[in-house]
Structure formats: C-alpha cells, structure tokens
Design a protein around this ligand. Structure first.
Ligand code: DX5
Length: 222
C-alpha cells in the first residue's frame, strides 16, 4: 500500500491556518489531521469545529479530526458538519464505544480508534467490524514536538496481526514524533498512515520532507 502522509495542523502557523492547509496539500499531504483537545482529557486546548469549517473549502483532501476530549459523543456531529471525513476517538473517553463507532459511520464519516500509549490493544479486538482505522499513538497525547516511543512498535505489530486476521481493509496510523529518523520503524512494524507535525513544519522544503517520509516508509514496509 502507498504510505499516506498526514501532516498535523497543530504545528501550523495559527495566525493563518487556511493558507497553512493549502501549503501542506500543495506540498503533497494526503490528508490533514486536526488535533481536537479540550483541556480535560489532555492538558491542552485547540480547535473548535468552526475553526475547521473555516478552512474546509481551502483544500479538497480529507480531514481527520483526532478527538482528545472527555465525552466526545456530543461533539461528533459538529466535526462531521465542519467537513471531517475521519473521526478518531479514544475508547477510554467513551461511555458506549460500540455505539459511538456505529454513530460515526451513521454520520457519514470513517471511524477510527486512537490508542494512547498505555491503552491496550484489547480495546479493538471486538470492534474491528465497525472501524476503518486504528491509530497507535507513539507519544502521550497533548502536544507536538515530543519524542517518538519506539516501545510502541510491538503494539503496532499486534494491531497489524489483528487486522490481517480480520481480513478487513483497516488503515493503521501512527502519530507522535514521526520523522525521517523514526518512520521506518513504524512502517516495518505495520503502519501505513503517518501523522507528522513538527518534522514537516520545521523543514525548509516541506514538499521534499513529505516525499522523503513517504519513500522511507515505502522502503521499510517491503
Ligand atoms: C499529539 C498529537 C499529534 C502531534 C504530532 O497529541 O496527536 O498529532 O501534533 O506532532 P509531532 O509530529 O510533532 O509529534
């Protein structure tokens, strides 16, 4: 599978988010990830649905909303209405995970389960029929610019084996500290979608950085 590179908007220039989205897509981004934080589940506060909606018509690629909020159930429709095709939620924030994954699809979006470093893979074993992506966090959620946790690579492989055994087309995404130095490990462990914030945002040439990340992932996956 062609590796997908998904820049995180968390590392963008907030004073001109729309232009930042256009620049990232022009540089080769496959999707854009919006890190939605509520200051409760994680100690940071970021994007309301209106901010995302304001940027929706600037680019045509898919948007992911990575919801790091307590009780996200009430927020889901607002993010779909804002133009997010992918909704990623953390199971430990949900009262009824099974029903929530169904609801995301009923709203017309793809459902994703995000596993924080200490959240076990067992949270997905019985719901693979309801999800389109599993996100294995390679940092503790809340901030960009953190160090990649290579200790999560065995977990990526366990997810890959579960997905393979299910026979379903489910993406495996990693997020946190992904850069040219770390993407190979995640790809060879089984990931095919790669979120990257600071390594792309700090690159002199973002198009070259995205092309390099995709090549390194493709080479490591074979
Ligand atoms: C962290 C976010 C990540 C983060 C990635 O909670 O979920 O998407 O922005 O940024 P880097 O690539 O800088 O770790």
């Amino acid at each position: 599978m062609r590796p997908l590179i998904v820049p995180s908007v968390l590392s963008a220039d907030f004073s001109q988010l729309g232009a930042a989205c256009v620049e990232l897509v022009d540089a080769g981004a496959d999707r854009l990830q919006w890190d939605v934080m509520d200051g409760h589940y994680v100690p940071n506060l970021t994007f309301g649905p209106d901010v995302i909606a304001a940027c929706r018509n600037k680019v045509s690629c898919d948007f992911e909303a990575h919801i790091m909020c307590d009780r996200p159930e009430e927020l889901l429709p607002r993010y779909v209405e804002a133009g997010c095709q992918w909704i990623l939620v953390h199971p430990e924030t949900l009262r009824q995970p099974h029903r929530t994954y169904q609801r995301i699809r009923e709203l017309g979006a793809h459902a994703g389960v995000a596993l924080s470093p200490a959240t076990p893979v067992e949270h997905i074993t019985d719901v693979l029929d309801l999800v389109d992506m599993v996100l294995v966090m390679t940092v503790s959620p809340g901030f960009g610019g953190q160090t990649y946790l290579s200790s999560m690579e065995p977990k990526i492989s366990r997810v890959r084996d579960l997905v393979a055994a299910s026979g379903r087309a489910i993406d495996i995404e990693v997020d946190g500290g992904v850069s040219a130095a770390t993407i190979g490990g995640a790809a060879s462990a089984g990931a095919n979608v790669f979120v990257s914030g600071s390594s792309i945002a700090t690159a002199d040439d973002r198009a070259a950085a995205i092309t390099e990340l995709r090549k390194l992932a493709a080479d490591a996956a074979t």
